[in-house]
Design a protein around this ligand. Structure first.
Ligand code: ACO
Length: 399
């Protein structure tokens, strides 16, 4: 390093890697991805096995603790999560303060951040017990906050958690319950949503997880750090893509319009949303699994989706088109998830909050991993300065 310094003032070698395409920011044992082969594993277990044999709470335990739970550990975990689903009444009032048309992601972002003020003890990030309770609170309360945001946007009263239902069944109840005594979720919809949550559980150093780590590295509690993750997810290039996909399909409207649309993408006027990924240069394995549940959900809801036909045809034509194959652009997780959410009756603006619920164990696990990292340092990237130097201040009247 010293040899490349041109003078004593010089910094020396610095990498310049906008978007961190080739920079590892941490060591992590949570998630393995092989983007060329389209492989995704959590703690070494392939996503295909987890979606087939497990459920979201067990996968959350796995992602967070690094191993599958024994029956006793699983029962305690489910008990702990189930007994932390309620939120403080003041959080409910906080939700009431938003405009009627507030975006549910904006509400989720603010309310997750607000949790840190309700649990100030979590600011002691060295306390192992507080770390665990905060993780439990985040995973348990995220569906409650998400459902409250959804109900607020429709002007409906909030539904309190029904802790006799499963994690996913309770979430469906908080979204859709209209009358006493109980909302009975359709098992096919419950399973499909649980699978969607599993598929989103973690995805290594994406924009939102990186945001969690950067904010956490300033020694922030998990609520504040995960709020940063929610903010990252909000954007259309990340979790907001599932919203953008549905809006794109609505705009295309009919298979007849697909050639013109694809030409416009190739001319660089717009992007084919739900296609392309920084890491996957092959079909996203999550997209493949979700695709397998689309028909089942449509059957359960008794709905036909005209957008499904457009999505199938659009995918087919894009996969046959050299523009996309040359650039290794394949469907990602967001291409199919919007179709399922729409069939479930979830409004487009609420799609990304579904993603946030699924991703919470991953964000929390990555925060934990950061806190336990012996090489822990505050995230502080450098820059290549391109502005002027040593210019003189000019008084207002002389400018
Ligand atoms: N439609 C059309 N062209 C695309 C697309 C797309 N969706 N994605 C990438 N390209 C093209 C680019 O124009 C570029 O072409 P060029 O080499 O001729 O200039 C090339 O493919 C490489 O694209 P980059 O933008 O450099 O790829 P990057 O890795 O930075 O971006 C991203 C990845 C943001 C996901 C991008 O593919 C995209 O915008 N996709 C659509 C949005 C989307 O679906 N996001 C969800 C991602 S998954 C998730 O967050 C859960």
């Amino acid at each position: 390093l010293r040899q490349i310094k041109t003078d004593d003032e010089d910094f020396g070698l610095m990498t310049y890697d906008p978007g961190f395409t080739n920079t590892a920011s941490c060591r992590s044992a949570v998630t393995y991805i092989d983007g060329e082969k389209g492989i995704l594993e959590h703690r070494g277990i392939p996503i295909e096995q987890l979606t087939e044999h497990s459920n979201f709470l067990e996968v959350s335990y796995l992602v967070l603790h690094g191993h599958l739970p024994t029956q006793k550990e699983y029962d305690e975990w489910v008990y702990d999560i189930t007994h932390h689903t309620y939120v403080h009444e003041m959080i409910k009032r906080f939700m009431d303060g938003f405009r009627h048309d507030a975006n549910p992601m904006g509400m989720l972002l603010a309310s997750v951040g607000a949790l840190s003020t309700f649990y100030p003890e979590a600011r002691d990030t060295s306390d192992e017990f507080q770390r665990y309770v905060s993780a439990v609170r985040l995973i348990a309360k995220m569906p409650t906050l998400a459902a409250f945001a959804y109900r607020h946007s429709l002007g409906l009263p909030y539904v309190y958690p029904d802790n006799d239902l499963t994690y996913t069944g309770n979430f469906l109840s908080m979204l859709f319950k209209m009358a006493e005594p109980r909302y009975e979720p359709d098992p096919r919809i419950e399973k499909a949503l649980d699978v969607l949550f599993i598929l989103h559980a973690d995805h290594e150093q994406n924009c939102s997880a990186a945001a969690v780590r950067v904010v956490g590295s300033a020694i922030n509690d998990p609520f504040t750090s995960v709020a940063a993750g929610v903010a990252g997810l909000y954007g259309p290039s990340h979790g907001g893509a599932n919203v953008a996909v549905l809006k794109m399909l609505e705009r295309i409207k009919s298979a007849d319009n697909i050639p013109d649309f694809l030409q416009s993408v190739k001319d660089g006027n717009e992007r084919l949303m739900g296609f392309g990924h920084r890491v996957y240069k092959n079909y996203d394995p999550r997209a493949r699994i979700i695709r397998g549940h689309v028909d089942e959900v449509l059957e359960a809801t008794g709905k036909s989706s005209p957008l499904l036909d457009v999505a199938i045809e659009l995918e087919k034509r894009a996969l046959d088109d050299e523009y996309f194959t040359d650039r290794k652009l394949y469907p990602n997780v967001d291409y199919w998830s919007g179709i399922i959410y729409e069939a479930m009756g979830i409004p487009t603006d609420a799609f990304t909050v579904m993603f946030a619920i699924g991703r919470t164990p991953g964000w929390t696990a990555q925060w934990m991993e950061l806190m336990n990292d012996e090489e822990f340092r505050i995230a502080r990237p450098r820059q290549i300065y391109t502005g002027p130097r040593q210019t003189d201040y000019v008084p207002m009247g002389e400018r």
